[in-house]
Design a protein around this ligand. Sequence first.
Ligand SMILES: *Cc1c(COP(=O)(O)O)cnc(C)c1O
Length: 335
Amino acid sequence: MSLIDLAAVYRARRAIAGRVTRTPLIPAFSLGDEHTEVRLKLETTQPTGAFKLRGAVNALANLSEEQLARGVVCASTGNHGRALAWGASQLGARATICMSSLVPQNKVEAIRALGADVRIHGRSQDEAQQLVDKLVAEQGMNEIPPFDHADVIAGQGTIGLEILEDWPEVDTLIIGLSGGGLLSGIALAAKAIKPDIRIIGVSPRRGAAMAASLQAGKPVEVEELETLADSLGGGIGLDNRYTYEHVSSLMDAYVLLEEREIAASMRHLYRHEQLVAEGASTLGAALLLEPERRREMGAKLGSKIAIIVSGRNVDMDAFTAVIDGSHSAWNSEDS
Ligand SMILES: *Cc1c(COP(=O)(O)O)cnc(C)c1O
């Protein structure tokens, strides 16, 4: 299989223009030092609070009237479902979002509020996916998956175009990684424009399916565990078609982070950058916060670093508990 090309990302940009926000890239002085400049790409400013709108809206734009009329369906940890529900409602199409019982209630409610049909099924993304397969087979709905789809990847890639336009000198991109649609899209666009740019992936150590897959040399399943980075939960699919290959050929370094570090990063971004960011979107900053991590990274970290702050859809009770230090996950040693 060959990789998706830059032309597809430019087509995606035209398709989503006007419906998806061109997000700001702001300096984060609290994360830099005399040798390092850090900027944050604020996907938190998307209308649905996360970057997933880019891929979902691009994929919807590529469906025919007849396909839209049969409805769209997906399995989601929350943000993709919300993006698909939003995009479908704009087009007057019916969306069915299948989620596991691990998805936080705030995300479930937000999706219902957009008029989508929400189905809770099983305790993992893989179990929710079984219901999607059934709806596709029995009702002819069109599946728009959260990451392993060419139009979704090309849509997420538009983030890479915007960063390189706003900051051509950037030398390092740090990207949260779960299924890998975000990293695949950004990396393919950024490396096509600037081949020596460094791509660093970050995932929570709890339930890191892409890490286990890269180590095994093929997609494998891992047990899905609760994490503060709930949007990074779920597997990569045993029949992965795109993201495994993109990630393995485009990513330069990969770091797994502890719950304690994710909590510290949420607090840091709140206190020092005045950002409400969900756990999944704070791993890039977490990597820069611990001197030990910075030393480990060594020359892999450049001096002009852009971090994707991928979403803001956090349950506010959980968020304030992390901020004031009372959240049960924040100081537990991960096991
Ligand atoms: C989905 C998501 C990610 C990871 O994207 P993948 O394409 O699954 O790797 C990161 N951050 C947030 C907020 C997300 O919703």
